[in-house]
Design a protein around this ligand. Structure first.
Ligand SMILES: C[S@@+](CC[C@H](N)C(=O)[O-])C[C@H]1O[C@@H](n2cnc3c(N)ncnc32)[C@H](O)[C@@H]1O
Length: 206
């Protein structure tokens, strides 16, 4: 199955780059020690966030529906890192309750088919998070998208920033941004702008 980015993955060996995302770097500033922590990276792509957190000492379960992204990931990162790479559709796997200290979902939610599916997956990932655990999520939102030239293959599911905030009402919101991101990708180098929701949140203690 194509998660919406396979034409990009086919075009180069590392579409998203090797540096971790901003929220994941932020997390590294507030979590004193990652050893013994369990992470799920849902929609991991080529694994820039998974590899960073594993390098910090966490054990990472990295899922992506794209076989091409997963092939890239396995070539890009040291096999000795504690990362379990799995090709799977996140909507079809069973996510164990209370299994993870950290959930990373960078760019996943807008790839899902319907708003109800996004809500369901967010809820599942919240259920899978231990008390005091963290979510680092990034998603295109409904405020502004300029996709036609740069991403003709993508028809994202766009929720409002406020919808994402409402999912995390019971959580401590550390970052809750609705920002414009202007970027270019290696396959077509077309500059374009997205409005994106960035949330870094901590679950309440038990
Ligand atoms: C915007 S990309 C971000 C990749 C990576 N998280 C990063 O930040 O570099 C979104 C990723 O989600 C994957 N994806 C889309 N739908 C998915 C699904 N239902 N289950 C698992 N992964 C999915 C895509 O294949 C793609 O690799």
């Amino acid at each position: 199955m194509d998660g919406g980015y396979d034409s990009g993955y086919k075009s180069c060996p590392c579409f998203w780059g090797r540096d971790p995302g901003k929220l994941v770097r932020h997390l590294a500033n507030i979590v004193p020690d990652f050893s013994g922590l369990s992470v799920i990276d849902a929609g991991c792509g080529e694994g820039k966030n998974a590899a960073f957190l594993a390098t910090c000492g966490a054990t990472v379960h990295a899922f992506d529906v794209s076989e091409i992204a997963m092939d890239h990931a396995k070539k890009l990162w040291r096999p000795s890192l504690s990362i379990n790479w799995t090709v799977a559709d996140i909507t079809e796997i069973e996510i164990t309750e209370n299994a993870y200290d950290i959930v990373v979902a960078y760019g996943l939610f807008h790839c899902l088919r319907k708003p109800e599916t996004v809500r369901k997956v967010v809820r599942e990932l919240q259920r899978a998070t231990r008390p005091n655990g963290y979510h680092a999520i990034v998603a295109l939102n409904s405020r502004f998208q300029d996709l036609r030239a740069a991403h003709p293959e993508l028809s994202p599911c766009l929720l409002a920033h406020g919808d994402y905030l409402s999912f995390y009402q019971q959580w401590n919101l550390i970052v809750k941004e609705d920002v414009d991101l202007t970027e270019t990708h290696p396959h077509n180098k077309i500059s374009h702008t997205h409005s994106i929701t960035r949330i870094l949140a901590q679950k309440a203690p038990r």
